[in-house]
Design a protein around this ligand. Structure first.
Ligand code: MG
Length: 258
């Protein structure tokens, strides 16, 4: 185990769950139904707009200024305005949201080595949990559907009414774990909202660079890992014995319920 480390906190979206892949599926479904005039370019244009979020509606949600559905509707409305989609009145947005949500949920999968990482943390008896920028119940459902339900501590945007990068959410998770932030590592894929924010809150921050931000950010002096297997090595976690996946998940659920 790495010296000076008492606990591990993890981001969920694009750290434990492949949310970018699910965004791709959700935006493909939306583009096929509402942006068909764009042809084959539609899904890519929709995804780019959704992720870029030029109106800044998702940060407005995570800072407590907009509700979850409200920010989603504003993002969808801005996308349709910019890409030539139909106006979204109440009924049209309800159908839009269903189209998106069904495709998004069906595409949820764990990031490579996420199950193995949690299993190793359980085996080491190292306290761990998650700090996420979405509501807790929504994320619990996501974790259960992706076989990652072992997380004993989960702090979401509805826990304190704000999300990352607010330092209070990181410190609150440490309080729930009963650990010192200075001896707690936080790992997430967003350089500013995860790594730099966690460092500013007094935690040991590691940036999980999944390759989405390389062209957008300046070099960082924070530790960087490019896979969860690399993170496990950085943490100094002993490797798990080779056991069938079903047995491994069963052990995780037992450990998480204990
Ligand atoms: Mg993330």
């Amino acid at each position: 185990m790495r010296a000076g480390l008492d606990a591990v906190l993890l981001d969920i979206d694009d750290t434990l769950v492949d949310t970018r892949g699910a965004f791709t599926a959700g935006m493909r479904a939306v583009a096929n139904r509402y942006l068909a005039h764009l042809g084959p370019a539609g899904p890519g244009a929709a995804l780019e707009h959704w992720v870029r979020d030029p109106g800044g509606y998702f940060p407005a949600f995570t800072s407590g200024r907009l509700g979850f559905v409200e920010q989603r509707r504003l993002r969808a409305t801005a996308m349709h305005r910019d890409l030539g989609g139909p106006d979204l009145d109440d009924d049209t947005f309800t159908a839009w949201n269903l189209t998106y949500e069904q495709a998004f949920r069906q595409a949820w999968v764990a990031v490579t080595d996420a199950v193995d990482l949690l299993e190793r943390l359980v085996r080491c008896a190292l306290p761990f949990g998650a700090v996420t920028n979405t509501q807790v119940d929504y994320q619990r459902d996501k974790l259960e559907r992706t076989g990652l339900c072992a997380l004993p501590i989960l702090v979401g945007t509805d826990t304190l009414g704000v999300g990352k990068p607010d330092p209070r959410v990181f410190r609150h998770a440490c309080t729930l774990l009963g650990v010192d932030p200075a001896r707690t590592v936080y790992v997430g894929n967003d350089l500013a909202v995860d790594a730099q924010a966690a460092a500013a809150a007094g935690l040991l921050a590691v940036w999980f660079d999944r390759g989405h931000e390389l062209a957008l950010v300046a070099p960082t002096r924070l530790p960087v890992v490019r896979s969860l297997a690399e993170l496990a090595r950085w943490l100094g976690l002993p490797a798990s014995p080779r056991t069938p996946p079903v047995a491994r998940l069963g052990q995780l659920r037992i450990a998480g319920d204990a």
